[in-house]
Design a protein. Sequence first.
Length: 723
Amino acid sequence: MRIFITLIPLIFLAHTSSHVHAAPRDEVLTEVQLREAPKALEQSLAQTIPVVPQFPSAEMFAVFSQQQRIPSEELKRDIQLSARLKMELYNKDKDRYIAAKRLTEQLEHISHSAFDKSYLLMLKGRHAGRSQQDYLSAIEYYLQAVALLEHSNLQSDRVLLYTLQEHLSVMHMILRKEVVALQHLTKLSTLSKQLNNDYLLAHAESILGKYYYQQEQLAKSLSHYTEAVKYTRAGKNASQNAHIELQLARVYRDIESWDEALASAHNAADAFNLLGNENYLSSSMTVIAMIYARQGQWYKSIDYHLNAQQIESRLGNYIGLALNLHNLGEAYFKVGDPHSSLINLVRANEIFTSKNSDHYLVYNDLMIAEVTASTGDWAKSLDYATKAAAIAESKRLNEELKEALTRQTHAFEKLGRYEDAYNSLQKQNRLDNQIKPQSMEIEQQSQVIEQKLKLNLSQSQNELQAKIEQLNITRLVSILCIFALCLTLLLLIKQWRLKSKFSLVNSNLSKAQLLEPFTGLPGYLAFKMDFTRHKKPMKTLALVSLSEQLDFDLVQGYQCNSDMNTQQVLTIKNTLNCQPYIIRPGVFLISFDSHIDPNALLTMLSNAIHDHQWETSLHMGVLHLPLLGDSAIKLSAEQHFGSLQMLLSAARTLGNKQNYFVTMKALNFASAGIFTKPLYLNIEKSIVRGIIKVETNGNKEDIIWPRWKSHQNIDINEDKIAM
């Protein structure tokens, strides 16, 4: 009945779950999962909507939603996430951008809210940036998306704005628009604090660290990465931690902390390898290669660049491949192999040109101009220096333009085109004059920054005073905690002493348990323990009865009898060189580590007893171990003792005219079943069958074997007749 009652709600839930979709997802957690475990999210979405058909209108979408029994808003959100996942870096499907575009086109029919329209614009911009590297068009889409949501206070809108600001900052960094990138990063930081999620806070700090790293403000970059690490102390997000390690490796590389740089880079590589993220595994390899390059270890650098190149080729990541080819070109040039250098640089040039990646192409052109100049190919050097100058001028890259003009001037001079060389030099001088006012402006900005720093210093001093007051309170709390800790420590010490005391008592009780209570000598339990532990191999066991002294504990009192038994045990031990155990008054168990003849043993015992005037008749049961021919069969101490008791009982039935012993030996084929319960019955049956041979110094026929009450009426000779 109870099981039935339990099953009713489960059946009800299973029934309703087929008609009602899951509760709306937490947007923050979804965003974290998308960044940290995109494959798992994609698999989850694939279970909800394995295939999304074409629906050219909102009505068709509503019909599909009803067929799937999923609320339309939830289904729309799943499609949005699917489209975005198609364009994430981990996705290497050949048709990923086509699939993303198809899903985006379908969303056009059903995107009516500000959130949906903003998400749609983001997907369009993402497609332009990812598939075509058209960052200018992508930025236009993103700015329109931001405008739709920037005044909203809804959490879902804030999460989307977080993503939009992040992507905008990254694209502006790629295009070298640092001021605009910083504006978006500032907004990103503000949004992360509003969302108050450790993962998003850490990510915002790491993006700021990346920005300042690109501005070569390494101290600020390191401070932001340090702040990011504070939010990742739990270590739950392996992917984010790996990304931060990778960025830290770059910073450490640039401040020439080589050991820290290599440690962080290898940590990142190991983490990305475990995550199966080959894109960033390649990036980690590249960073390691560049660390070795900065140290002048060019051959190690080439090895890691080649590893990264294999990964990029396998993934089909052409931009990453081109960057590795560029780095390989530089490395080969440094080791004096301009031919291999040019092969790699030209291949990189082709990829950058086909992908319209002018922001990378300018550096590659400059590198080719340098390599060809070293080989004396001045025409080619001039050609690439001119191309680099054109790109640098169009993108206002003054440092790169200055380098290109320098190489251009040098090439003109070598080719004998002195007028062109002069014009190029003049242009370079004009560029220098333009830079100087900028330097003055930078100096003015530095003064403003200095004033701000002084203001910040004053504020920091005020905060420090507040912290001191807070510290005083903390100190008082600490003193109270230390006092409580001391009390706890004293209590623990007391508990430890009690535990030690009780452990000693327990140990003494355990030892006392093994002793015979009256004499304090090893008893039956001590024999069992010694037998089990095999301190020494026992070869002969004898159970001895001082038959006329069995009632002496009553006749002369337990104290006198205990003293006598103690003396007897010590005498037997010293005389026979054996280990004795007292079983009860007048009965001793002795063990030897060698085979002792029963007659000789009986004689030695008799002499030891008579020498001390303990006149009594002796009866003894003797066993030679092992009892069975198969040494692999192990019998217990109880089985041996029970057998000895039976033999001693048999010896006592021979009378008191002389000292008697009884011993037995099993044939080689005897089984362990002889010594199972009921022991006396099984042993006597085995004696009757001839499996056990009995020896005695008396008359075997006079032996009366003891029987348990439960089988007193059993005729043992039946087995003998059957034989």
